[in-house]
Write a protein that binds this ligand. Structure first.
Ligand code: ZN
Length: 318
């Protein structure tokens, strides 16, 4: 948690200095992140039917338990225009990357819910983003190299070079904390915790859209040089109990959070640490000595190379 806060602080710092001193037109990155472009309710009115959509298994998703049973996931390869936007992504800016990826998910992913409604990939849980993106990458770059992490067998007498591809078969799924599991409500697909003081805490993971709105709220606060309660924003994604949130909702919630009773706050603070569903490691078995080798989950060469092959000349020339 602390590490992420530090990153956010660094990001806010660097963008504040950009806003103060840099009006250079090459610095388009902050423009892209301008919360005014994202402000308010972001609605998907209509998703145009596209025959390129193919079914992807829900079960592989680390947060699959939080979707209504019977939800189906459809994805399509990126179009050239969409790939182009990745050629200008600022890899050093985690939030620029995050916004671009959210854009991809909005257009190339459909969720079909059992009630018949269809929503864009904005309604994926944020923790499932990487899994879907790797899948999209594979669909988009059919003839390219596989996405994966180079590693070496950890047995010293073996030391074989290994390649761990980023597909769910190689995921190390974290074990959910037994203590919280019995509070998982099967019909709403959320955690509902009754407290001794009569309060109730409802927790479910943030969606891609919620994450995006919360980040936009942070940008907006940073632009107007206001303090941002980053701890709260970490929690809000999990505490929000509505489908669509706006920047105004964030403001209101930040206030509510500041006047929340202490017991409830401490409960949330402790419980959120147990909400451990994100896949952070991948593994493979060494073909020579059968040792299991794991690596931290990361995109090799950053997010750009999800959709743009490095050395495309060599890859594609006949
Ligand atoms: Zn080995």
């Amino acid at each position: 948690m602390e590490k992420k806060e530090d990153k956010l602080k660094d990001f806010l710092k660097s963008n504040n200095s950009n806003a103060n001193s840099n009006t250079n037109s090459n610095n388009t990155n902050f423009q892209d992140n301008n919360p005014n472009n994202l402000q308010g309710r972001i609605k998907v009115d209509k998703i145009v039917a596209d025959s390129n959509f193919t079914n992807m298994s829900m079960e592989d998703l680390p947060f699959s338990m939080f979707y209504p049973i019977g939800t189906k996931l459809f994805v399509r390869p990126l179009k050239t225009k969409e790939i182009e936007s990745f050629s200008v992504v600022n890899e050093n800016n985690e939030f620029d990357v995050s916004l671009k990826l959210a854009e991809v998910l909005e257009h190339a992913v459909e969720l079909h819910f059992p009630d018949g409604s269809i929503k864009s990939g904005h309604y994926l849980f944020a923790g499932d983003k990487r899994t879907v993106l790797v899948y999209l990458s594979g669909l988009t770059i059919k003839n390219g190299p596989k996405l994966g992490i180079l590693s070496k067998c950890t047995k010293t007498s073996c030391n074989t070079d290994l390649f761990i591809d980023l597909y769910p078969k190689n995921y190390i799924y974290p074990k959910p904390n037994e203590k919280i599991l019995k509070y998982f409500d099967l019909s709403s697909r959320k955690f509902i915790f009754p407290l001794k003081n009569g309060d109730r805490v409802v927790m479910s993971p943030p969606t891609v859209l919620e994450e995006k709105v919360i980040q936009s709220y942070i940008f907006q606060q940073a632009l107007s040089k206001k303090d941002v309660n980053i701890a709260f924003l970490e929690y809000y994604g999990w505490l929000n109990d509505r489908e669509d949130i706006t920047i105004d909702d964030c403001k209101q919630a930040e206030f509510d959070f500041s006047v929340m009773n202490k017991e409830k706050f401490m409960f949330i603070y402790d419980t959120i640490k147990m909400m451990n569903f994100e896949v952070t490691e991948v593994f493979t078995v060494c073909p020579k000595c059968s040792t299991e080798v794991s690596e931290p989950y990361r995109f090799p060469n950053g997010a750009r190379n999800l959709f743009i092959i490095p050395n495309a000349f060599d890859e594609f020339i006949a």
